[in-house]
Design a protein around this ligand. Structure first.
Ligand SMILES: *Cc1c(COP(=O)(O)O)cnc(C)c1O
Length: 391
């Protein structure tokens, strides 16, 4: 079965009780047992719920894996993976990462005696040099957030020694464009809030693995800590995921046009999008991904004030955190998604006050380009931009 078909059919059998074609929202906390010790596989909804099971099967199949565990948020999914570790364990982390992940690692898990070393994960030698005898886990995001750095997943997988695990946050690429497990990762994490849900109406997360021992521990943690999604949230996420392939094709198509448009402007200092041949890791992205996704970042020329003014003037790009919905969003990483990273660290990592991140939606591309053009022109520092729009 191909990807698009799996998205629509795996886990989506007709309801055994009624024949309902669409998996019902099993809005129940408990299940009536026929006699003591005898039930239909369902006992309590923190532990197991049929709507959630359907979602878990669907999402696991999209990553080419056997096992998925759904969580109430991407951060809950990330916490569960880190719950595999114990005090004294060490993690090597790609340094360009989601701000909330950094916050969880540095402000919560460090207190529990887990240690973290942050490395530019594009540099495999630096990754290797960060390994200690206590290293149990590598954690990477690719493309990274917000600078769209590409990490060589297969290259990192080759660094692993006995018992070490590689976890990839695949939220930006989605399984439609990137399959980390096939490249040697053990664990994939998603914030399903983003592209998988796809409509900015539900928060969720998932941990996917093909390793039965890892899965058993994640399942244990899912039940033990209990950060499970509601049946309704599981259902919304599942519905969104059915159209992931269609949406991703449009997101990538529009993002490519937006990136090319911005790269042509002489009043834009930098554009970060792996689909541009000028991206330093364009070749790696082409090798590792089957498309470049819908996220990009850029730096308008001029002052910080211009960045702020530009972001305010857009009509179709809402100024909002989050990403991956059908509607276009713009965000200021330094003040919004990455505000939890101390200023000095942020600047060191290239997340300047002038940087903007776009989640390019699936509106008509010409409308998006016009919107960007008029906001750039209205705030222009140079006015030599008389070129026609490319569509
Ligand atoms: C949003 C996001 C998360 C956190 O997910 P939540 O669903 O908001 O908890 C983790 N990683 C990445 C890359 C994200 O974009």
């Amino acid at each position: 079965m191909k990807f698009t078909t799996r998205a629509i059919h795996v886990g989506q059998d007709a309801d055994p009780a009624t024949g309902a074609t669409i998996v019902p929202i099993y809005q129940t906390s408990t299940y009536t047992q026929s006699e003591i010790g005898k039930h239909k596989g369902f006992d309590y909804s923190r532990t197991i719920n049929p709507t959630r099971v359907a979602l878990e099967q669907q999402l696991a199949s999209l990553e080419g894996a056997r096992y998925g565990s759904a969580f109430a948020s991407g951060m809950a999914a990330t916490s569960a993976v880190l719950g595999l570790l114990s005090a004294g364990d060490h993690v090597v982390v790609g340094d360009d990462l989601y701000g909330g992940t950094y916050r969880l690692f540095s402000r919560v898990l460090e207190r529990y005696g887990v240690t973290f070393t942050y490395v530019d994960a594009r540099d495999l030698a630096a990754m290797r040099a960060a390994v200690t005898p206590a290293t149990k886990l590598f954690w990477i995001e690719t493309p990274s957030n917000p600078l769209m750095k590409i990490v060589d997943i297969a290259g990192v997988a080759e660094l692993l020694r006995d018992g070490q695990l590689l976890a990839v946050d695949n939220t930006f690429a989605t399984p439609y464009f990137q399959q980390p497990l096939a490249l040697g990762a053990h664990i994939v994490v998603h914030s399903t809030t983003k592209y998988i849900g796809g409509h900015s109406d539900v928060v969720g997360g998932v941990v996917i693995t093909d390793d039965p021992a890892v899965h058993e521990q994640i399942r244990f943690l899912q039940n033990a800590a209990g950060a499970v999604p509601s049946p309704h949230d599981a259902w919304l996420t599942m519905r969104g995921a059915k159209t992931l392939a269609l949406r991703m094709r449009e997101h990538a198509h529009n993002a490519q046009l937006v990136a090319e448009f911005l790269a042509e402007r002489d009043d834009v200092d930098a554009v970060y999008y792996p689909g541009l041949p000028s991206h330093p890791q364009h070749a790696l992205a082409q090798r590792q991904m089957s498309g470049f996704g819908g996220m990009l970042s850029f730096v308008p020329a001029g002052s910080v004030e211009r960045t702020f003014e530009f972001a305010k003037r857009l009509k179709y790009f809402s100024l909002a955190e989050s990403l991956g919905g059908v509607e276009s969003l713009i965000c200021h990483p330094a003040r919004m998604t990455h505000g939890s990273i101390p200023m000095a660290d942020r600047e060191k990592r290239g997340i300047s006050e002038r940087l903007l991140r776009l989640s390019v939606g699936i509106e008509e591309a010409s409308d998006l380009l016009e919107d960007l053009q008029s906001a750039l022109d209205a705030t222009a520092v140079h006015r030599d931009n008389a070129r026609p729009l490319p569509v």
